[in-house]
Design a protein around this ligand. Structure first.
Ligand SMILES: Cc1cc2nc3c(=O)[nH]c(=O)nc-3n(C[C@H](O)[C@H](O)[C@H](O)COP(=O)(O)OP(=O)(O)OC[C@H]3O[C@@H](n4cnc5c(N)ncnc54)[C@H](O)[C@@H]3O)c2cc1C
Length: 394
């Protein structure tokens, strides 16, 4: 626990008073603001960029994430993928899983995040765009924020300010522990070169050490990326170049490269800052198997909002509610996912053996998980299914 800090306010400026200050208008923050809307509360959504803003991301929104939002996302979706293709290299294997409904909705994050943010504004949240939170001082009854728009005071803060969370730093939370580097490129090709890659979301394993490469088709370009779960272990730009060669892509017509990190392990000391709840990447809630963080972002943002309402703004009741809600859902999922990620990325022999014997079943199981047809926790709780895969019977 950190000690409640001083809530000293510069005498010249009166703080903007809020019930909940949400820092960051990514999926986590915007979903939290939307969930808190429509109740007459003073909700501030504080975003350092001016939406819509580019975000380094594959823009693959899994069906389980789409299902969480009470919104029509069609305006933001660039392409629906009804199939996921898993390609394994050395040895070569290929598995395709199809569904009648989209497995992954492909979109660009500027429009997606903006769509949720706009819905939150319509529900009553006040957007502070182009406003950077500079400092955070939690106190026993409220939290004081110093921002580029002046001081703000809130009864609760939801920290949804991403992997490099300023709120975490200013409230002296421990560093995130498992932060995965990834490189994302927006690539435009001639139509005939793009056509074979438009039909599925493609994931390549056994190519980047302890990681994977992907092709996500958008409306008129491809998002192509590489990521590794080993920090500093791979020269990602070199792997990206080799991946283009492997896909038979020569010189793209247009190519924009962006690198960033994905936090794949919940932050230690998550509940230790008074009146501050961490959500999304700021909390380290990306899936360690897929490195997908939008589901965890939206879900944790919504749970943080729910905890504040259920706990009626009482510090201990809110914290307890948030911890319980997370334990029952996201944290239980991430624990199982960590074990699977270990097999997938750290035990190549085991991975190859399992894929050789059960590749299609495991790919189907993974598809069931990312579409929300089942969950990691439910999959391992069903001993019949689970053991069947690992025993070798079909
Ligand atoms: C290369 C790459 C590819 C990825 N591909 C996918 C994918 O295909 N699908 C998927 O689900 N996930 C993907 N992810 C992960 C995903 O992008 C994140 O997990 C997700 O964006 C987390 O959402 P968030 O709302 O927690 O944080 P963010 O989306 O990072 O939003 C945080 C917001 O806070 C704002 N902010 C930061 N600091 C401050 C401050 N001091 N004051 C005010 N505002 C601030 C930022 O401007 C930002 O808008 C990928 C990540 C990378 C790096």
């Amino acid at each position: 626990m950190i000690r409640p800090g001083p809530t000293a306010i510069p005498s010249s400026e009166k703080p903007i008073e809020l019930d909940v200050a949400i820092v960051g208008a990514g999926p986590a923050g915007a979903a939290a603001a939307l969930a808190l809307g429509g109740r007459g509360l003073g909700i501030g959504l504080i975003e350092k960029a001016v939406p819509p803003r580019y975000k380094t991301c594959g823009g693959g929104v899994l069906r389980r994430a789409v299902a969480l939002l009470p919104l029509d996302l069609r305006a933001a979706v660039e392409r629906e993928c009804f199939a996921a293709e898993l390609v394994h290299h050395r040895p070569d294997m290929r598995f395709v899983c199809r569904r009648d409904r989209p497995v992954i909705s492909m979109l660009m994050r500027d429009r997606f995040d903006h769509l949720i943010t706009t819905a939150a504004q319509q529900a009553g949240a006040r957007l502070f765009a182009g406003t950077t939170v500079l400092d955070v001082s939690p106190g026993p009854n409220d939290v004081l924020l110093d921002s580029s728009a002046g001081p703000m005071r809130a009864r609760f803060v939801i920290a949804a300010d991403g992997a490099n969370s300023v709120v975490a730093r200013k409230t002296r939370r421990p560093e995130l522990r498992h932060v995965v580097p990834a490189l994302e490129c927006e690539v435009t090709l001639p139509p005939e070169a793009m056509a074979p890659l438009l039909h599925a979301a493609r994931f390549d394993f056994g190519f980047v050490p302890s990681g994977y490469a992907w092709v996500f088709p958008k409306r008129d370009h491809l998002s192509i990326g590489v990521g590794t779960t080993r920090r500093g272990a791979a020269d990602l730009p070199a792997y990206y170049r080799r991946y283009l060669d492997l896909l038979g892509i020569g010189q793209p017509l247009r190519e924009e490269r962006h690198g960033f990190v994905i936090p794949c392990r919940p932050r230690d000391g998550l509940f230790g800052a008074p009146r501050v709840l961490f959500a999304g990447d700021a909390a380290g809630f990306a899936d360690p198997v897929t490195a997908e963080g939008i589901t965890g972002g939206i879900l944790s943002g919504q749970l943080a909002a729910r905890a504040i309402l259920e706990g009626n703004f009482a510090e201990l009741a809110v914290k307890r509610a948030y911890r319980d809600l997370l334990q029952q859902s996201l944290l239980a999922e991430l624990r199982v996912a960590r074990c699977l990620a270990w097999v997938l990325y750290d035990c190549p022999r085991l991975r190859i053996g399992l894929l050789r014997r059960h590749g299609q079943q495991l790919s189907e199981l993974m598809t069931q998980i990312v579409t929300g047809e089942t969950s990691y926790a439910a999959a391992v709780r069903r001993p019949g299914n689970y053991l069947k895969l690992f025993r070798g019977s079909s």
